[in-house]
Ligand binder design. Sequence first.
Ligand SMILES: Cc1cc2nc3c(=O)[nH]c(=O)nc-3n(C[C@H](O)[C@H](O)[C@H](O)COP(=O)(O)OP(=O)(O)OC[C@H]3O[C@@H](n4cnc5c(N)ncnc54)[C@H](O)[C@@H]3O)c2cc1C
Length: 383
Amino acid sequence: MRVVVVGAGLGGLAAACALRQRGFEVEVHERAAHLGEVGAGVQLGPNAVKVLRALDLEASLRRHAFEPGNRLTLNWNDASLRNAAATRGADALTYGAPYLTARRADLHKVLRAALPRNAIRLSRACLGAETRGGVAAAHFSDGSQVEADLVVGADGIRSAIREKLFGADKPRFTHSMCWRAIVPIEFVPARVGPGGAVAIDKTDHVSWYGPNGQVICYPIGDGSMLNVFAGHASEGWVEESWTLPSSRSELIDAYKGWNEALLTILGRADDCFKWGIFDRDPIGQWTRGRVTLLGDAAHPTMPNLAQGANMAIEDGYVLARNLAREPGDVDAALAGYARERQPRTRAITLKSRENFELSMRWPPAPPVDRSWIFSFDATQEPG
Ligand SMILES: Cc1cc2nc3c(=O)[nH]c(=O)nc-3n(C[C@H](O)[C@H](O)[C@H](O)COP(=O)(O)OP(=O)(O)OC[C@H]3O[C@@H](n4cnc5c(N)ncnc54)[C@H](O)[C@@H]3O)c2cc1C
């Protein structure tokens, strides 16, 4: 069986690894001329780490990933403590795998290294895919076409394959935006809060909550850098693009009046990029004929629960597991894939929306319960 995956993002590469592990022939076609990922960090919940473990990638991931010590939430103005919980060791014990943070580029490299070099074709912009006589065909901007038993659209939030199969979507701008930036870890203060009452360890995952926004900071890689994700209401329209450059001063301006310790961190931000937050309703169908979707192409989601990449990684594994269970019956496998994945990704997408709305209110609601997300194990057949 031959599978063509369109898009070599985190979802497409994880799917390719899972498909190869089951013995399928896989080719990945990527629009970009060079492989890579932007410099920002990614949080991997125990649910995604379980999949990477099943792909035999946990050890190489651990060489580049960080396991945060505690998870703290602080108030925006006086940095007083709202919540504290242990993460390091505790999540692994509770959920069967650790909570890890990494540079996206490092995770991308770990996935890439598990694939043969010639499995990924670059500068291959896909225009769409269709099924003719039980054969799937993907079409590319150079006029070429590739046929396979299955085409998987892993081509991200603005998926050309999704649009071709199901029509254009209608994203709603949420009048908020986020920044991503990197700060050397030494700028994390040791004590904050009234009278320095709150101790912060440089290993901690720290979220600041305030009116109209939140800032989430966590160490990545070897722990020497802090990844900053800052979300805030925005008057202006901001494009949905990882690569829209911003500046330190634009970032600091949005958080005027927030605690000095946070502003000191933001004042050291490098590689500042911004991204408009858009909302989309979950779609009810991912498959047409022998063409299906995964990752952001199937279930674009707001970044609030940090589960977009986690879900994409789960998708690939479940797709491969279903194809392996139904040898020779691609239709049954694709039906099984959708049956397993749609309820979960819909629930997480809608929870991300709810969490986004709560995060824009003040005072904020208590942290959402994520135990149902983390305890899930996509590597197991549903009971
Ligand atoms: C600020 C921010 C922070 C985030 N933090 C987290 C986090 O901590 N944890 C988490 O789980 N998720 C996070 N997410 C979400 C996560 O980044 C996405 O959900 C994830 O990258 C989706 O993976 P994907 O492979 O489906 O799509 P993508 O990563 O977008 O990859 C799509 C790939 O397809 C290629 N492509 C696109 N169009 C074509 C085409 N026509 N032909 C060929 N190739 C094409 C692209 O070049 C790209 O390589 C965050 C998102 C944002 C905006």
